[in-house]
Write a protein that binds this ligand. Structure first.
Ligand code: 13P
Length: 252
């Protein structure tokens, strides 16, 4: 019912040549999957255009790793939704844990970004997830609930339909420590329940919830086998075309 959606978040990696080569590898590896699964790659801002060219004739979508909420003007260093649209982006990651915890983004700022993305015609991949200390203190549900309620505050049902939610437990990101399929399913089910409470059953049933955090070719399938895991947001393993393609294929 929900079409699987796998996205690669390249983070602050690649250069022009390696980024284009990586995109070409993903295109050729996923050539035969058109219509079966949604796929996106999210390179650094400065490589969006060249990577976008490499994706042009394919069914692979382009996404950015961030977005700013203002439309234009004196916001040095920031990138607006219309700029992202202009270079061919379909998606923008909003509120990634590295932006929350390294750069210091707040729930309120992330909410503005999600709103601005949708208004500007960009589909947000809205990220939530708890820190290790929060999990240890049994605060996972509390933290994820707060992030969901504040991050998606003020969205209408119609706008919400544009959103993909990504659950990325911070302790699993880049650590090789993947959440077990059961741990992922538990939080994904909570997120779906929250979507039903905050919006309605239809939204809860149709919104895709990705899992992210040390996803690899050998754990992708069992994560995807969980009822409420509808896709994957892949960091490190998306930097190797073969690994990313294997993850995509395991998710169809
Ligand atoms: P890793 O796959 O490298 O753990 O990163 C996950 C992530 O943060 C994707 O957005």
């Amino acid at each position: 019912m929900r079409k699987s959606f796998v996205a690669g978040n390249w983070k602050m990696n690649t250069d022009v040549n390696s980024g284009v080569k990586l995109a070409e590898g993903v295109v050729s590896g996923c050539n035969d999957l058109a219509g079966k699964i949604d796929i996106a790659v999210c390179p650094p801002f400065v490589y969006l255009q060249q990577v976008g060219k490499a994706l042009q004739t394919s069914h692979i979508a382009l996404g950015s790793q961030d977005i700013y909420f203002e439309q234009k003007g004196a916001f040095t260093g920031e990138i607006s939704a219309s700029m992202l649209k202009d270079v061919g982006c379909t998606y923008a990651i909003c509120g990634h844990s590295e932006r929350r915890h390294v750069i210091g983004e707040t729930d309120d700022l992330i909410n503005k970004k999600v709103q601005a993305a949708i208004t500007g015609g960009i589909l947000p991949i809205f990220c939530v997830g708890e820190l290790l200390d929060e999990r240890k203190a049994n605060k996972t549900a509390e933290v994820v609930t707060r992030q969901m309620k504040k991050g998606l505050a003020g969205l209408t049902e119609e706008k919400m339909a544009a959103v993909t939610v990504a659950y990325e437990p911070v302790w699993a990101i880049g650590t090789g420590l993947t959440a077990t399929p059961q741990q992922a399913q538990e939080v994904h089910a909570l997120i779906r329940k929250l979507l039903a409470e905050m919006f309605d059953r239809k939204i809860a049933d149709t919104i895709r919830i990705q899992y992210g955090g040390s996803v690899k070719p050998d754990n992708a399938r069992e994560l995807m086998n969980q009822e409420d895991v509808d896709g994957l947001l892949v960091g490190g393993a998306s930097l190797k075309a073969d690994d990313f393609v294997a993850i995509v294929k395991a998710s169809v």
